[in-house]
Design a protein around this ligand. Structure first.
Ligand SMILES: Nc1ncnc2c1ncn2[C@@H]1O[C@H](COP(=O)(O)OP(=O)(O)OP(=O)(O)O)[C@@H](O)[C@H]1O
Ligand SMILES: [Mg+2]
Length: 510
């Protein structure tokens, strides 16, 4: 294929309030070419993609598609040039249906000018079929998990014939083993000559998908290369500016007596029973596919989702079911999957957000102990390596990964007995991931029981003492540390998660 640059980015630059977040940057992407855009949280990746898609106006520089410049910075003009984006921060309309979300802004009309719902539903169904997902386009969007929402966004952006497709962490919420469908779609678009830019914090994805890589560090393009000359180590080195230590800290094997017991927890009258036990100081991972019900189980354990029956015991004492307040008092903390749902208040500062759930701890007779609060939040945000302009920066203006770090930093300022985490490192860069793993290990070593949901196999296998696998709302398997250390651990988890049994000949062999 001839290398025709479809997309050209020339000298684009951006500052906010006098702080440069993107130095003059130039690169181009050819037809049928996938460029991975790597960099730590806050490096400027989303800023570049927002400039190309017309959502952010650059202070200087030019973006053009097939030689035609983007003259005004607005999404419509970019779209007219053929630019589509799957944004990092999904913003679906939860009250509209799935098909209405897909067709928002480009509704299909009948000849009489009425909305042609039938046609839209039919087309939406075809778009979703590409991803082999059992979603009815007439469902309300609010019924979908973060992962399914992400897939709907991808379907929406990939099916209208764009020439340039920008994917800003499209797979952050999708489990590793389901990402394959997206890969197929991307390969198909590559054959059709679409130029693509892909950002991700999963290094394996870059090797799998990209033809070339560019790396941003502190808003500067520091590395550009074909994929054949860019090993994972090289890319990470370019991102963080040094060699990385081992991602997973040494594991303390000694765990204490049973701390948390979940007995016959049923989410609904006809739902399967969920049972689990977690020891003091144990890190229990939960794996599974999209829609396996992991989040629902965790929410029910914490009490923010109503369960139908069951018993939850903490150090032998029953905890009131369906009462998050009681759980918190008993020593539970919960970090939910969805940042915005997690109660991040985007128009408030890092300081406010970082201390919100524990405000009581910093209050004496109605007065907030300003100094103690500042010190605690400062320490917590430093330990997750938060990149901000200080504790007064508004959370809404942090990069996506840094918002996630604020969510994680919150529970570092308190102590408890059980820590529940739903996808704690979603969208977090490799460097900070390592920091978060160390913190989780340290908390566990201090006796806290940790239960975490993850779609990242490496993380599940690297961090857990034990892994449970969920399918259709049920725990269908368990791997202890010994099983996790075997080379086929990933395969085993996948088999359990997808309900596949061993191949006949393999079964014979074993
Ligand atoms: N509206 C804004 N006002 C002020 N600063 C902003 C604004 N938008 C982005 N920034 C800053 O620009 C920098 C780059 O952010 P950007 O979102 O491009 O990072 P990123 O590389 O996409 O990171 P991540 O991996 O976390 O998504 C960050 O320091 C961020 O705080
Ligand atoms: Mg980003």
């Amino acid at each position: 294929m001839v290398d025709v640059p479809v997309l050209a980015v020339e000298g684009v630059q951006k500052s906010y309030g006098g702080v440069v977040v993107l130095h003059p940057t130039s690169f181009s992407v050819a037809a049928g070419h996938v460029t991975a855009l790597a960099g730590e949280n806050g490096a400027g990746k989303s800023t570049v993609l927002k400039i190309i898609s017309g959502q952010v106006r650059p202070d200087q520089g030019l973006v053009s598609v097939n030689g035609v410049p983007l003259t005004s910075s607005d999404p419509k003009s970019a779209r007219r040039l053929g630019v589509a984006i799957v944004p990092q921060e999904l913003a679906p309309y939860p009250d509209l249906t799935v098909y209405e979300n897909i067709f928002v802004g480009r509704e299909i009309h009948t000849r009489l000018g009425l909305l042609d719902r039938g046609a839209m539903i039919k087309q939406a169904r075809e778009m979703l079929e590409v991803f082999e997902l059992d979603i009815d386009p007439r469902w309300p969007m609010s019924r979908l998990s973060v992962a399914l929402t992400q897939i709907v966004e991808i379907a929406k952006a990939t099916t209208w014939g764009a020439k340039v497709l920008l994917l800003d962490e499209p797979t952050s919420a999708i489990p590793d083993h389901e990402v394959g469908r997206l890969y197929d779609v991307i390969r198909h678009l590559r054959e059709q000559g679409v130029a693509m830019i892909y950002t991700t914090h999963r290094m394996a994805e870059i090797q799998e998908l990209a033809d070339s890589v560019i790396v941003l560090r502190d808003g500067e393009l520091v590395f550009e290369s074909g994929i054949e000359d860019a090993s994972e180590g090289t890319i990470v080195h370019a991102m963080v500016g040094r060699d990385m230590d081992a991602l997973f800290p040494e594991q303390a094997m000694s765990t204490g007596p049973v701390r948390l017991q979940v007995k016959d927890l049923q989410l609904g009258r006809t739902c399967p029973c969920v049972c689990m036990e977690v020891k003091q100081g144990e890190i229990l991972g939960i794996g599974g596919l999209v829609g396996a019900g992991r989040t629902e189980i965790m929410e029910a354990m914490y009490g923010v989702r109503r369960s139908y029956s069951g018993t939850i015991l903490l150090d032998g004492t029953p905890v009131r079911r369906n009462h998050a307040d009681s759980s918190i008092r008993a020593g539970f903390s919960f970090v939910p999957e969805d940042r915005k749902g997690a109660g991040l208040v985007l128009e408030r500062s890092v300081l406010d957000n970082g201390s919100l759930p524990h405000l009581r701890a910093f209050t004496i007779a109605g007065w907030i102990r300003t100094f103690a609060r500042r010190a605690a939040v400062d320490k917590a945000t430093k330990s997750v390596n938060l990149k901000s302009r200080g504790l007064n920066q508004l959370v809404g203006t942090l990069s996506g990964g840094n918002q996630q770090k604020v969510v994680v930093a919150r529970w570092l300022t308190q102590d408890g007995r059980v820590l529940l985490l739903d996808e704690p490192t979603r969208g977090v860069d490799v460097g900070a991931r390592g920091e978060i793993y160390t913190i989780i290990r340290d908390l566990a070593a201090s006796g806290i029981s940790v239960v975490f949901i993850s779609s990242d196999m490496t993380e599940l296998i690297g961090l857990s003492h034990r892994v449970l696998v969920a399918r259709a709302g049920e725990i269908v398997g368990e791997l202890d540390r010994e099983a996790l250390d075997r080379p086929d651990a990933q395969e085993q988890i996948f088999r359990l998660a997808s309900g596949q049994t061993l191949d006949a000949d393999e079964a014979q062999a074993s």
